[in-house]
Design a protein around this ligand. Structure first.
Ligand SMILES: [Zn+2]
Length: 141
């Protein structure tokens, strides 16, 4: 994997091999151009309320300090064009009725990416202790 991530998320990205779910995502995606991350707030908490809109955009809010973190938003990536839609409304995502979730993000870079924001694909996962689902699987360009 590569140790870069888009600038809006970089300081929240950790590589935690002691986390079984991180490890399973890592084993699935590990490759030269892949940035594989668990999202952790700067306050140390890793549980979030998760919101998505149809673009798709993903934002998460730390359940401890209420810090808002953008995980995926097409406005940040040079390869993307964000077209506003009428139903651009954020909705909360839950998993097994739980709303406090761990979040993982995988950013893929092309062979000749220009900088850390020049991603070509993004996957976002949410998990509880015993379940994991993909909420975004988006080709950025
Ligand atoms: Zn926090």
């Amino acid at each position: 994997m590569i140790n870069i991530a888009p600038t809006h998320i970089k300081k929240y990205c950790v590589c935690d091999h002691s986390d079984k779910i991180f490890e399973s995502i890592f084993n699935r995606f590990d490759d030269t151009n892949m940035s594989i991350n668990k999202i952790k707030c700067t306050c140390g908490n890793d549980l979030f309320n998760v919101y998505t809109d149809p673009n798709p955009t993903v934002k998460v809010i730390c359940t401890e300090c209420l810090n808002e973190i953008i995980v995926y938003d097409l406005i940040y990536y040079p390869a993307a064009t964000k077209c506003p839609q009428e139903d651009d409304v954020f909705e909360m995502v839950t998993l097994n009725l739980q709303s406090e979730l761990n979040v993982y993000a995988v950013y893929e870079y092309g062979d000749e990416y220009e900088d850390e924001n020049d991603i070509s694909w993004c996957h976002v996962y949410i998990s509880t202790d015993d379940d994991l689902i993909e909420i975004v699987n988006d080709e950025t360009s």
